[in-house]
Write a protein that binds this ligand. Structure first.
Ligand code: UN1
Length: 494
């Protein structure tokens, strides 16, 4: 039986004004999980007006009190971790261990962001004048528009929404159309934790009908977006024309470098986990291996055997290692890239087709796929595929690997396997990505370090870490003159 879910606007759960809905599907078997509003610009406007009405009182709630609500939400997430993980696996496919990790990132962020309520430090500094006080403080920006993807349905919204709330902002949240249910649970939990009406509003619907109107709305001060590069650049162009701040987290083409002295067993395990976990649908996924020519064949044998042995299935089954892709359109897109790889002359050594045996035929499954003899500038080696497709490229040394890594349009994460401490430090210095891993794959960021990438991955912003408040606060400089007379800066003291 499908359940109706509603938008959250001004503390009330309401249908889209048009009354339209769309079904939400389980990608493992096509089952309908519920009907969600298919909202439009009029619902976005209602949500922004509700947020604006809530802002004046929310910004005056002391930050430690705002943070207590976020802390309580963290405790509720922790209590319900197992059921949320199951709902997430049903909704977007990744296996239970991974959906549990996703919820855990939300829990970690709730507790970390709550701590900020008692920090949120400003800066005081001496004035150049006698009897004058100088300081700068963080202030909230107002209405934050949050647009998130389906691959981390709880983690990514939590990195944005929870710091924004602690800083005193109000939020209008447009979750991915493929994962509305987790957004709904998240909003219910924040409501239960005591968030006042209108402080968080949720509008379900498409990018064209809800996302872009949110970017365009004059009441929205900041947009925080994670998703594809094409959509992100479109948002940046609109926001730029409107003079709006935008924090973007977009594509990746992350490389694992394996040098000739690496522990090949460890490198193989890490590559399989980073390339095929979440069926390759992570912005941090490893999609390129840059391997030293002396160990190419040995590593390829292990990676190929490992990829072929991975068990596909419904992520709710304990024996499953790889779940489905998010939807049939994504399966077609991934398969298009595999055909392109073959045309480009790469050698297909594992997978390469849809997985349709038995029960898998009901879902959007794709075989873990490995190409070798891939040219560093082939399209499969430079474009983000967002699926279980790995390209192996041979390199002569570290310098060549670094050069290929850094030539990418994207710069999110990179990784190196070697036991040579000198080359470790050279790689730490020279790999031009926002995240660098040593003897670990390209996935596994922790929420108390800045998350984000260089070049086409983003626009210079970082989420989480000690940078978590930056996208959601303005700096205000305040001068207090307690001399009782006019003191002219730069003039009366020189
Ligand atoms: C993403 O893929 O969009 O480091 C986020 C990781 C996770 C977050 C990934 N903690 O892979």
């Amino acid at each position: 039986m499908s359940q109706p879910f509603d938008n959250l606007i001004g503390g009330r759960w309401v249908r889209a004004r048009s009354g339209r809905t769309v079904p939400n599907h389980n990608p493992a078997n096509g089952e309908v999980l519920g009907e969600f509003p298919s909202s439009g610009p009029e619902d976005v406007d209602d949500a922004v007006q509700a947020a604006l009405r809530a802002f004046d009182s929310w910004r005056l709630v002391p930050a430690p009190k705002r943070a207590e609500i976020v802390y309580r939400a963290g405790a509720l997430l922790r209590e319900r971790k197992a059921e949320l993980a199951r709902a997430m696996t049903r909704e977007m496919g990744k296996v239970l261990a991974e959906t549990g990790g996703d919820v855990q990132e939300g829990i970690d962020m709730a507790f970390y962001a709550a701590g900020e309520g008692r920090r949120m430090h400003g800066v005081t500094t001496p004035s150049e004048m006698r009897d004058k006080w100088a300081m700068s403080v963080r202030v909230p920006v107002g209405v934050v528009g949050v647009i998130t993807p389906w691959n981390f349905p709880l983690a990514i919204p939590s990195w944005k929404i929870l710091p924004a709330l602690v800083a005193g902002n109000v939020v209008v949240f447009k979750p991915a159309t493929d994962t509305p249910e987790l957004a709904w649970h998240f909003a219910r939990i924040l409501e239960e934790a005591g968030l006042p009406p209108g402080v968080l509003n949720v509008v379900f619907g498409s990018g064209a009908e809800v996302g872009m109107p949110l970017v365009d709305h004059p009441g929205v001060a900041v947009i925080s977006f994670t998703g594809s590069t094409d959509v992100g650049l479109g948002i940046a162009a609109r926001a730029g024309a409107l003079g709006k701040r935008v924090s973007l987290e977009m594509g990746g083409k992350n490389a694992v470098i394996v040098l000739e002295d690496a522990d090949l067993g460890l490198a193989t395990e890490a590559i399989l986990w980073s390339a095929f976990g979440t069926a390759g649908q992570r912005c941090t996924a490893c999609s390129r291996v840059l391997v030293h020519e002396r160990v190419h064949d040995a590593l390829l044998d292990r990676v190929t055997a490992g990829a072929r042995a991975l068990r596909l299935g419904d992520g709710l089954e304990p024996s499953t290692q790889i779940g489905p892709l998010i939807n049939p359109g994504q399966v077609d897109r991934v398969h298009g890239y595999v055909e392109l790889g073959i045309e480009e002359g790469a050698e297909l050594v594992a997978g390469g087709g849809r997985a349709t045996a038995g029960e898998l035929a009901r879902g959007s499954f794709y075989q873990p796929t490995v190409f070798t003899r891939v040219k560093a500038d082939a399209r499969i080696a430079i474009e983000e595929i967002f699926g279980p497709v790995l390209s192996v490229v041979k390199v002569a040394d570290l310098a060549e690997a670094v050069q290929i890594n850094n030539a990418s349009r994207f710069g999110l994460s990179s990784s190196i396997f070697t036991r040579d401490v000198n080359r470790v430090f050279a790689a730490m210095r020279d790999l031009a990505t926002g995240i660098v891993y040593v003897n670990h794959g390209t996935t596994g960021a922790e929420i108390h370090l800045p998350f984000g990438g260089m070049r086409g991955t983003g626009n210079g912003h970082r989420e989480a870490g000690h940078t978590l408040l930056d996208p959601f606060t303005e700096w205000k400089s305040i001068y207090v003159d307690f001399s009782g007379r006019l003191q002219r800066a730069q003039i009366d003291n020189n």
